[in-house]
Design a protein around this ligand. Structure first.
Ligand code: UDX
Ligand code: UDX
Length: 466
């Protein structure tokens, strides 16, 4: 459908969500001007880099869209005030990490960036502005945003340069998964738009209708939309913890987790997706969103519900500890002075994102046992690996290599923690030759050819099998 919307869109936050989402909107709505702003100048410079391989976010298909739209109707800038002022629609896509201190520490989201974004919008916007929550947020955050914006409306009634400032708040959560973001955005299962102002909901629906089948657009009230995002992530994470809990039982009983996953997944009520056992879920969303849900339940006195969901996170942590422990057990109960190669540092394949990656916790467990680690990841740069091991106890025992072979040089074991496709076709024979014997491979993603490695001479452990 041809789009004649002619709207000016601003997105605050040029991260993993804001960048790809706005690129896809710009591509599909050539009549809209899309300005992505961020207070991080380094990030904006990277988005504006001529060399497209240097974009701050690696996503298959993203470079092509940037090449097509950047400088035409898609702009990346640090000029926050100016772009807020001219926008008809503002997406808030800033990060909302779990609070480290104070009320709700360890569970609740820190909304300071949301609050400061709302205050900036209140200060600089003009006329009628639709403000869209894109970041995943605790239920009722829209209320906070509303309060900040409406107090400014009142404040500005008498302000000469802010005549007629009005707002509508919409919740439009993002369901993209990293690594497949462009495809998820281009072909979403659904688009969720929550709000109480029909005109604004219709306008945002029209933007999405430029490329999404109208039947896939679901409209709800604000609170259902906010809650649905948390619940979707909680259900997805719950499946991973469920299959991971069964992986341990498979190892104990001689069953095979892949066979079990296949057998249960063919039941159409269960479905095949999200049944891949591994070292536990990572990423910026799952843990944070479940902890938010837990906090919300406790706040409303629903302690049993809170405990139920918290177990999903507990099993995830347990799976990581379990993997670390069995590596230690198989390497004769001690790692002191042993070299281990860690293959994979991103939280899953096809992304350079390391947030909450299982590699971080598992590596720290091994370092605490005295191991020396040498990392290799095809997309994560050295700086982003080393930053996780800044503490003195780790610093001298961590190296990063630019190839799998170099990381494995002299190692006693290799741990595969991310399922990068290139790991399957490595020259495993050569790798075996450069390692100390007995040479172990621990495949926590169940992605390698076990028999082939055994034939080469490796000792091999794969998750959920015997
Ligand atoms: C995500 C999602 O928006 C949220 O739903 C998820 O729960 C975690 O964060 P993401 O794009 O993955 O966002 O985060 P990130 O890559 O950290 O990007 C956020 C960007 O916002 C950063 O570049 C940061 O500099 C920017 N920012 C933050 C601002 O521009 N202004 C602020 O006030 C705060
Ligand atoms: C997730 C949601 O899928 C997405 O809808 C939401 O918007 C943001 O959070 P993301 O974190 O990017 O997306 O990746 P996802 O593919 O869901 O994977 C999350 C973690 O679960 C990864 O560490 C992945 O390795 C793990 N995972 C996923 C499994 O261990 N097994 C599976 O079967 C699927």
């Amino acid at each position: 459908m041809e789009n004649n919307l002619n709207k000016i869109i601003c997105c605050i936050g040029a991260g993993y969500v804001g960048g790809p989402t706005m690129s896809v909107i710009a591509m599909n709505c050539p009549d809209c001007e899309v300005n992505v702003v961020d207070l991080n100048a380094e990030r904006i410079n990277a988005w504006n880099n001529k060399d497209l391989s240097k974009l701050p976010v690696f996503e298959p298909g993203l470079e092509k869209i940037i090449k097509k739209c950047r400088g035409k109707n898609l702009f990346f800038s640090t000029k926050i005030e100016e772009n807020i002022a001219k926008a008809d629609i503002i997406f808030i896509s800033v990060n909302t990490p779990t609070k480290k201190n104070g009320v709700g520490a360890g569970y609740a989201s820190d909304l300071k960036w949301i609050e400061s974004s709302a205050r900036q919008i209140a200060k600089f916007s003009k006329n009628h502005t639709i403000v869209i929550e894109k970041s995943t947020l605790p239920v009722k955050t829209a209320e906070t945003i509303k309060t900040i914006l409406t107090s400014s409306e009142q404040n500005n009634i008498s302000a000469i340069d802010h005549k007629g400032q009005t707002f509508s708040i919409i919740s439009n959560p993002e369901f993209l998964a990293e690594g497949s973001a462009i495809n998820d955005l281009q072909n979403p299962d659904r688009v969720l738009i929550g709000g109480d102002d029909d005109d604004s909901i219709n306008l945002i629906s029209d933007i999405y209708k430029s490329w999404v089948n109208p039947e896939k657009i679901i409209t709800t009230n604000l609170w259902s939309s906010e809650l649905s995002k948390l619940v979707a992530n909680a259900f997805l994470a719950q499946r991973i913890s469920s299959i991971n809990s069964i992986s341990a039982l498979c190892e104990a009983t001689g069953a095979n987790i892949n066979e079990v996953a296949k057998a249960i997944g063919t039941d159409s009520r269960i479905g095949r997706k999200f049944l891949k056992s591994g070292p536990g879920f990572g990423g910026s969303c799952f843990k944070k969103d479940i902890l938010n849900l837990v906090y919300l339940c406790r706040y409303y006195g629903l302690n049993e519900v809170a405990d139920y969901w918290e177990q999903v996170v507990d099993i995830n942590t347990w799976q990581q500890k379990r993997i670390s422990s069995l590596v230690i057990r198989n390497l004769f109960g001690t790692l002191s002075n042993k070299k281990l190669a860690i293959f994979g540092f991103s939280f899953k394949a096809n992304t350079n994102d390391t947030r909450e990656s299982p590699s971080i916790n598992i590596s720290k467990n091994l370092l605490q046992e005295g191991a020396k680690l040498n990392f290799y990841d095809p997309k994560v740069c050295e700086k982003d690996i080393l930053i996780e091991f800044n503490e003195k106890i780790y610093r001298n025992n961590v190296l990063v290599s630019d190839s799998a072979l170099k990381a494995a040089q002299g190692a006693d074991a290799i741990l595969v923690l991310t399922e990068w496709e290139e790991f399957v076709d490595l020259d495993w024979k050569h790798i075996f030759e450069v390692m100390r014997k007995p040479a172990w491979v621990f495949d926590s993603r169940n992605c390698l050819d076990k028999q082939r490695l055994k034939d080469i001479g490796f000792k091999i452990w794969t998750l959920g099998t015997t």
